[in-house]
Design a protein around this ligand. Sequence first.
Ligand code: GTP
Ligand code: MG
Length: 244
Amino acid sequence: MAMNEYTIALAGNPNTGKSTLFNVLTGLRQHTGNWPGKTVVHAEGFFTYNNNRYRMIDLPGTYSLYSNSADEEVARDFIIFEKPDITIVVLDATALERNLNLALQVLEMTSNVIVCVNLMDEAKKKGIRIDTKKLAATLGVPVIPISARNKEGIDTLLKTIDSMVLGKIKTNPITVRYSPEIEQCIEKLIPRVKEVIGDAYPARWVALRLLDGDMSLLRAFQQQPLPSVKEVSIYACHGPAKSI
Ligand SMILES: Nc1nc2c(ncn2[C@@H]2O[C@H](COP(=O)(O)OP(=O)(O)OP(=O)(O)O)[C@@H](O)[C@H]2O)c(=O)[nH]1
Ligand SMILES: [Mg+2]
């Protein structure tokens, strides 16, 4: 029987152990180091588990997925346009608050997310305790504590990946709510966004990016085989125009 192939993207802040996890899962030797910005373009590797084949993409480490740098655009475009079956967000257990920012951004983009809280060994040494069950309930996606360097938690991660691609795990990602003014704009924009780009992209996230004036995202959309997104951008900048 032919194996199904699924794509998994690894996202996270710089230096959280993404490449270390990539190497553990794929058996490859993607270069790792303890300084930020190591993975510049994404690397690809493969592994099989429970009769499924997985293509892993090690995305560059970023603090956000707006359009501040080439790295952020690479990571953003992969998640939005390549639509990985699963995005694993790798967090540093010793800097959870800062790292969760990126996790929330990914959860606005896709619901197929597994959060890995890495460097649990370091957190333990520092006396940091993390209630991963509570975090999972709050975020609405699985949260797995791991130590990639010590290969701890990998079995649970693999089982969770397997359950997710088989549809046995239904996620319910938290929705970040903004000020009433912004929420009103989002509400107005969403139907227009859906009209232009259809259901293939997360409309709420696109609306938010438009409200932020993210021209780089518009350019990325214009390179996709889609109707022009000009109308939506005009709407985002000036409110409802007569011609729309
Ligand atoms: N103590 C400990 N160190 C880890 C663990 N996982 C990774 N590291 C170390 O953290 C450093 C960064 O790891 P990388 O895998 O290069 O991190 P990265 O997220 O790929 O970094 P960028 O590509 O720059 O975004 C390396 O020195 C790793 O050995 C872990 O579970 N525990
Ligand atoms: Mg890396």
